[in-house]
Design a protein. Structure first.
Length: 296
């Protein structure tokens, strides 16, 4: 919030003051962000990593979408992802947080208020500038890392959030190694894999299957330990030379290369539907929104 304004008014104040537009125009852009984003994507070829990166660096549509989505979470209209994740790792003095793919800075705001020292890292120059504007006008201390020019420092972070991020990264293997290097031993990583079938509206979702992405995290030295919502996994940073990690990695690699992989995808889909119908059959720790619990 800004001063005595409520959340909605504060969000609109961020957008109108930063982009120098009227409130009605800010609402229109926030509601129609997806159509606008499709236009930004298809304005130029996106066939190479550099061309994809150029989209992230310059687009403005996500400033509206991400901030409006944060508002909906704050008012109870959407699953409060960052709040649920933060509640599972209570802060202690001196703990450091990295938000990879930090967007408009809402997750870093939360972790800073909970006592963490927080760093925002993104490849999107436009989003980083907007996030810096929002945090500075609220007096929230944070560091900003432009991934086009620098990497997060080594052995620094206790908690890393990479939400709505990895499905947009062209080289997930390199990103996983970067995160492993930046995190302290036994640190926690929250990551999701918002994979979607190819379509003009999903063009910036670079993957249609999550198994290869999860394998890259496993290979880099991350062990899954809990699931939040429908697809956010909490990983623990481990020593890649450990026996257990090598066994788990070999298992996942066999599955990844197996000719039965299409069957695996089908069974996984059916299993998810079955779990929704049978709430007592939960194989791992799950933390769900009220809507998801009701559906189950």
């Amino acid at each position: 919030r800004i001063g005595d304004k409520d959340v909605r008014a504060s969000v609109l104040d961020d957008l109108t003051s930063y982009f120098h537009i009227a409130e009605e125009e800010a609402i229109r852009r926030a509601i129609n962000w997806e159509q606008w984003s499709v236009q930004e994507w298809h304005a130029k070829p996106r066939d190479t990593t550099d061309q994809i990166t150029e989209f992230y660096r310059s687009m403005d549509s996500w400033c509206y979408e991400l901030l409006w989505h944060a508002y909906l979470q704050a008012e109870g209209f959407a699953f409060p992802v960052s709040a649920v994740l933060a509640s599972s790792v209570p802060a202690k003095p001196g703990m450091r947080h990295l938000d990879l793919g930090s967007g408009v800075g809402a997750t870093s705001q939360l972790f800073q208020r909970l006592g963490y020292e927080t760093d925002l890292a993104d490849i999107s120059t436009s989003l980083l500038k907007f996030a810096r504007y929002r945090l500075e006008r609220r007096g929230i201390p944070a560091a900003f890392i432009d991934l086009n020019h620098e990497l997060p420092p080594a052995d620094r972070y206790d908690v890393v959030t990479a939400i709505y991020t990895l499905a947009h990264v062209p080289d997930v293997a390199a990103t996983a190694r970067m995160l492993h290097r930046a995190m302290r031993p036994n640190a926690v990583l929250f990551a999701d894999f918002d994979v979607r079938p190819a379509s003009p509206e999903n063009a910036w979702h670079l993957y249609s299957e999550d198994l290869p992405l999860r394998w890259q995290l496993q290979r880099a030295g991350f062990e899954p330990e809990a699931i939040f919502g429908s697809n956010i996994i909490r990983y623990r940073r481990v020593d890649t030379a450990s026996r257990a990690h090598m066994i788990h990695g070999a298992r996942d690699l066999i599955l990844l290369r197996s000719p039965l992989r299409p069957l695996y995808r089908t069974l996984k889909s059916y299993a998810r539907r079955a779990l929704r119908r049978r709430p007592n059959q939960t194989p791992v720790t799950r933390h769900e929104s009220p809507e998801q619990e009701q559906n189950r």
